[in-house]
Write a protein that binds this ligand. Structure first.
Ligand code: ATP
Ligand code: MG
Length: 456
């Protein structure tokens, strides 16, 4: 138990002495004063958690001492005691925020229960505050690397403008977090942030998702429905995985951006909108443009402010902070105690290649926290991939073969192919489980399997 401090304010030495020794026996740190003025000056220097306050004091009365305590910035709990307990002063004291009112002669048993309750409540309140902090932190962009500092600086500059923002970066690097930050730091922060995952919505539904429809526009349209553009009015529309949007939809979006207005499906009414667009993709859009998969004019309109989120392997110095952050989050979510993590584990994590970036790190930290049996997370809690260095390279014997690749892209491709093949084996070919374990989305894993021609 940390030091729990109680100040007794009573001019009756008999009373204060018996309370003092009883509370000391219970492990509290106790001080006694006999008048109001001394009590108030001691409060500042000593900062007790709790004051046991007699209503009748020789100098100023207890109620005005209580009022002064309430004006302190720090919350101090007060229990009022009185030998002349009237309902009136009890009511007054509780109105002024006293935790409880005890009549003299004080029942020690009752007093101890009251004090116990006060501390129990404080612990709860503290836990609540921390929990809320952590939940709020879910959207916190963690990192102290140069790369993250630069990125945040750019985000800060871009946020208050209305310009289109294009966020690029590998899977799981934190593109969505960046998009939310842009909104949160913009003048639109109290307006809606609406997300559209262009890869997840089937082509035949995307138009009605984006623009909404009028009643009777098609079979099943029994009522008017607002689309994402309309829902985002005044705020930010986040077009995620924009590289996966069809050319047809791209044309429609472009028109809306140019005209700042559109019509719902099956409607004649023109809906005017004021929406800031933030888009994200893990594709190389200039390549997609060359291939004729992405409209150049739309690209230029969205790419006014380009933001690049670097992969985790290029900012390994962020890993300790991220690990601590995720451990705290996971412990809080599961109502479990924080577990310390061995330094060697951190360095092993820092040496890894992280194809699934921060999402993969988060998954691995969560897995280690849940599965570890000891008091500390140790090297043996690392997933199998980390156990045998040769294993991680699969059929690539060590890294030599990788180094013979003419360029980074080739080496990366080789690594990914071997890594994904191994992981698929590990999970018996189950795409959902494999995708989850390596921290990428299913659709993305499917694409990689196809691209690398991995037999499945
Ligand atoms: N810097 C960071 N600090 C804290 N959490 C992060 C950070 N970067 C990413 N994360 C977490 O990692 C996960 C993946 O991030 P996010 O969804 O933003 O990535 P993404 O780039 O949009 O990925 P994808 O391309 O796969 O959609 C999320 O749970 C996110 O909260
Ligand atoms: Mg994303």
């Amino acid at each position: 138990m940390s030091d729990r401090t109680i100040l007794i304010v009573d001019d009756d030495e008999g009373v204060s002495e018996s309370l003092r020794s009883a509370l000391i026996d219970e492990g509290y740190t106790v001080r006694v004063v006999g008048d109001g003025k001394t009590a108030l000056s001691l409060l500042r220097q000593w900062e007790p958690d709790l004051v046991l306050l007699d209503i009748w004091l020789p100098d100023i009365d207890g109620i005005s001492v209580l009022e002064k305590i309430r004006q302190e910035e720090r919350p101090i709990q007060v229990v009022v005691m009185s030998g002349h307990g009237t309902v009136e002063s009890a009511v007054k004291a509780t109105k002024l925020g006293a935790f409880d009112f005890l009549e003299k002669p004080i029942s020690l048993e009752k007093l101890l229960v009251t004090i116990h309750n006060i501390y129990a409540m404080q612990v709860l309140r503290q836990e609540n505050i921390e929990l809320r902090k952590r939940v709020g932190d879910a959207a916190e962009l963690i990192g102290e690397s140069r790369a993250i500092a630069d990125l945040l600086e750019q985000v800060r500059k871009a946020a208050p403008t209305n310009s289109g923002v294009m966020i690029t970066g590998e899977n799981g690097t934190g593109k969505e977090l960046v998009a939310r930050k842009i909104h949160d730091w913009s003048l639109r922060q109290s307006e809606p942030f609406v997300e559209v995952n262009c890869a997840a919505i089937p082509e035949e539904l995307i138009e009605s998702e984006l623009f909404g429809y009028e009643r009777g526009a098609f079979t099943g349209a029994t009522a008017r429905k607002k689309g994402k553009f309309e829902l985002a009015h005044g705020g930010t529309l986040f077009l995620d995985e924009i590289g996966d949007m069809s050319l047809r939809t791209q044309a429609k979006i472009l028109r809306v951006l140019q005209e700042q207005q559109f019509q719902r499906i099956g409607g004649a009414e023109t809906v005017k909108i004021n929406v800031r667009i933030v888009a994200a993709t893990n594709k190389d859009l200039s390549q997609e443009i060359e291939r004729g998969h992405f409209r150049e004019d739309l690209f230029y309109r969205l790419n006014v402010i380009p933001l690049y989120v670097p992969p985790l392997r290029e900012r390994a110095e962020d890993i300790p902070l991220l690990v601590t952050h995720f451990l705290g989050q996971i412990a809080a979510q599961n109502g479990r105690k924080l577990k310390p993590i061995d330094l060697i584990v951190i360095s092993r994590l820092q040496a890894y290649y992280w194809p699934g970036n921060v999402r993969e790190l988060k998954n691995i930290v969560e897995r280690m926290f849940i599965l570890s049996t000891g008091e500390t997370i140790t090297e043996s809690d690392l997933p199998p991939l980390f156990h045998d260095p040769k294993e991680s390279g699969g059929s690539l014997s060590g890294t030599d073969e990788l180094f013979r690749k003419p360029n980074l892209k080739g080496a990366k491709g080789d690594f990914e192919r071997v890594y994904i093949t191994k992981k698929l084996e590990e999970f018996g070919g189950n795409i959902t489980k494999t995708a989850e374990a390596i921290g990428i989305e299913r659709s993305h894993l499917h694409r990689k399997i196809k691209n690398y021609e991995i037999p499945s």
